[in-house]
Every structure is written in C-alpha cells, then in structure tokens.
Design a protein. Sequence first.
Length: 201
Amino acid sequence: MTIIVRELGLQPYEQVWQDMLLFTGQRTDSTADELWLLQHPPVYTLGKNSKPEHILNPGDITVIESDRGGQVTYHGPGQIIVYTLLDLGRMHIGVRELVTRIEVSVINLLEEYGVSANARKDAPGVYVDDRKIAALGLRVRKGRSFHGLALNVDMDLEPFSRINPCGFEGLEVTQLSALADITDFNNVEQQLLSHIKRQFL
C-alpha cells in the first residue's frame, strides 16, 4: 500500500480544510492514501463538540468553526500539523484504532528525544506529565478520515492561555523544545512522518 506525503508549508486553515473536503469527496476505492504535512498561521478552531465559552479571549486571532471532532484548539507556526487522509475501510480499522495509532506515533517520536509521554482514554491526544503536547481532531466520512494531528514543537504557547484547551479548564500545554534540544524543526517533521507511516504501512 502506498501513502503519498504532501509537504505544504505554511497554509491558511480554511483553504486546507476545503481541500481536504474536496479530496475526501472525490476519492474512490483506488485512490491512494495521503498525509499532508504543514503549519497554519495563528488560528483558533472549534470542533463539532465545542462550546463557545471555552474561548476566553481570542483577541485578534481568527476563530473558525470546523467540522472535525473535539473541542477548541490553537494552531500556529512552530506546530507540526499532519492531516491523515486515509481509507479506514480498506485498512480494516475503526476510528478508535486510528486515534491510537496516531498517538503511538507521537509517543514513539518523543521517546527518541528522551521524553516520556502517554495517551489518555478520557481525552484523545498525547500528554507529558499531564501537560498536553499533541492534539487530535478527526472526521470520518464514508469510512475515510480527514483532519488529524497537531504537535507542539517550537511555537508561541501564549495563545493557549486564552482558551480552555480541548475544553479542559486549566489544562496546561507544553512543547518539544521545552523538553529537549531541537536543532532542526524539519528533522522533527520527517521523524514524525516516519513514525506515522510505520503505523499504517
């Protein structure tokens, strides 16, 4: 099975979201799966289950209501986004297995940097000492997934203080650069991609 990787650079959230909808809507049983690797300019996104009161003070940062699962989160430069456009039916896996494989990919990446991390059954994502380092927000339509993963690597974390991240009041967030020496952001991206592909190939 082939997974096509597209490295898209810094891209506005809404445009990529529309591109994911188009790709997912047009794909057929023979369409190859894809991973989209990118970053977003500063933006808050609300998942389908979000409550507006979890946005405390957005300031001048745009707020977008998305169709992904999950609650409110923040995206910004220095955060790795991987959108997982996968045919789950063809892989014979469900949403829970998809979430687990993505979480394991991040946990294995962090282990390479000497950072011990874990997943939680009550709140998807990856945590280091109860601080969130990676968020997941997925959507599945006709057995095909889109949206995906956001991993905090080397970014301004201040905007997270203006929301209840993922709907949890007082939830602290962290990033890889605060926990390990990061010499090359691009290298982290490629390592993460490698771990994700290992989970799905």
